[in-house]
Design a protein around this ligand. Sequence first.
Ligand code: ADE
Ligand code: ZN
Length: 326
Amino acid sequence: SPSDDALRALPKAELHLHIEGTLEPELAFELAARNGVALPFASVDELAAAYDFADLQSFLDLYYATMAVLQTEDDFAELTRHYLRRASEQGVRHAELFFDPQAHTARGVPIETVIDGIGGALDEAERDLGISGGLILCFLRDQPVASADRTLSAALTRRERLLGVGLDSAEVGYPPSLFQDVFARARAEGLHAVAHAGEEGPAGYVVEALDLLGAERIDHGIRSLDDPALIERLARDRIPLTVCPLSNQRLQATPDLALHPLHSLAEAGVAVTINSDDPAYFGGYIADNFIAVRDTLGLTSAQAEAYARTSIDASFASDARKAELR
Ligand code: ADE
Ligand code: ZN
């Protein structure tokens, strides 16, 4: 099977990464001190020790609390710079970054501060590291639809910065159908659409994301296996799933990685990619996810190359850029 170095060297696209989920404890404390924000932990070690999650919600509680240290445009740029440097070392050549503007605007941070900070660092990485990419604005599904609607309107002042919209945060009880109108408005602006579905929630949420939101990719989607007709549809229509093995393990969606459905989905003909979700919290970046899969499920060189190639094909990069990356 392929070496760690070989897995890192494979050219990949990262399609499921929350930029706020790349906030490492060290940087969190540095920004907390710089901005005079109190973290509910005494030290880097104490914060890192809290990364022991029972489910998605227990992670989200810590994720939203910690990101309060992000205040200025430079904070967002620094966070993104740190991530892109690590991503480059892990073989990422194209990165589509999720961000959660409502989690920042609720704290009084203007959306322009968020978008300009992340976007500026992406421009630098394109120049200095040869990484292409863009931003996907995620609506928080456990917040009111009216808030998502206001967020989209505010973000459209930076329309040229956005690749698309997505849907994240607490899943169960917040079906995609709630967000049908705001997704329709985003698509009318020419934005791509993706959605988290079938992480903890049922396969029916994946069907809703496809039918009602026009989602072009499904983030996670592992619960699709409960519905054979859906699996057939995903395969036939080449709807990619952005799967995150270490995240699924840490959030107890699939506690035993050796039983993870990654290969089963691929063998059923679904376009599956390997991604990192919130790497600072889940114990690894994208190549670390490939390595964890190799060590638990097994991963041949041919399989690893296929997953990496699928990530490039499933990206929103231009055809010219895809040809360059393959
Ligand atoms: N926000 C950040 N990571 C998430 C995940 N894995 N699921 C839903 N919302 C998220
Ligand atoms: Zn996610």
